[in-house]
Design a protein around this ligand. Structure first.
Ligand code: SAM
Length: 186
């Protein structure tokens, strides 16, 4: 079993500050701007680099959820009203539905048990209007995730939710690839 506290404390995730990762996060946020609205809830938020990108005029509230509070270090300040919640996606129970909210699952679903079930559960519980999903395309780098990632996209295809946008993003310098989509739950 992974020890997320140790990984965050040891700086294992500091690479998320690299420029190529900011391009990916900026695309996620652009999809929120185009297709989402309301409160933005970022599941598996890590150090929260994504929060630097939303427009404070349209994103009025931001909630970052992560399995460990060790991920919230260096959160920095922002014009956007922000809250941090220490919870695993599988255990997260919203206190109130945030009708019309936008949920982000960026590079986290392949760590979650029954990811599609959790995504559907949270969309219903929060009455979400839009979901943005970013999932690495496992090449030579992350072969251990290939089956999981295929299963997640198959499950998302099976939901037959409207998908107003989907992008394949490649950073040739780092060899990283991502598939990023906006989905409208029905
Ligand atoms: C690869 S990082 C992704 C960070 C960020 N979302 C991004 O796109 O750059 C994965 C994050 O998910 C968190 N995490 C892992 N399993 C989780 C779970 N079951 N529920 C909530 N967060 C989880 C980890 O602590 C870590 O911060």
């Amino acid at each position: 079993m992974r020890n997320w506290v140790v990984e965050h404390t040891a700086g294992h995730w500091s690479f998320l500050s690299k420029p190529s990762e900011q391009v990916r996060l900026a695309l996620v946020v652009a999809l929120i701007g185009l297709h989402g609205k309301g409160t933005v809830i970022n599941f598996g938020r890590a150090r929260g680099q994504l929060r630097q990108w939303p427009n404070p005029r349209t994103c009025l509230r931001y909630i970052g959820v992560d399995i460990t509070a060790a991920a919230f270090r260096d959160a920095g300040s922002s014009e956007i009203a922000s809250e941090w919640v220490e919870a695993g996606i599988e255990a997260y129970e919203p206190l109130v539905p945030l009708r019309g909210s936008t949920l982000i699952f960026s590079e986290v679903l392949y760590y979650v048990e029954s990811p599609d079930r959790q995504l559907v559960r949270l969309c219903r519980a929060l009455q979400a209007a839009c979901v943005v999903v970013s999932i690495t395309v496992p090449g030579l780098r992350y072969p251990q995730y290939r089956d999981r990632v295929d299963a997640i996209w198959q499950a998302l295809d099976g939901l037959a939710w409207h998908r107003p946008a989907e992008f394949d993003l490649t950073d040739e310098a780092s060899g990283e690839r991502w598939r990023i989509a906006a989905l409208i739950p029905s």
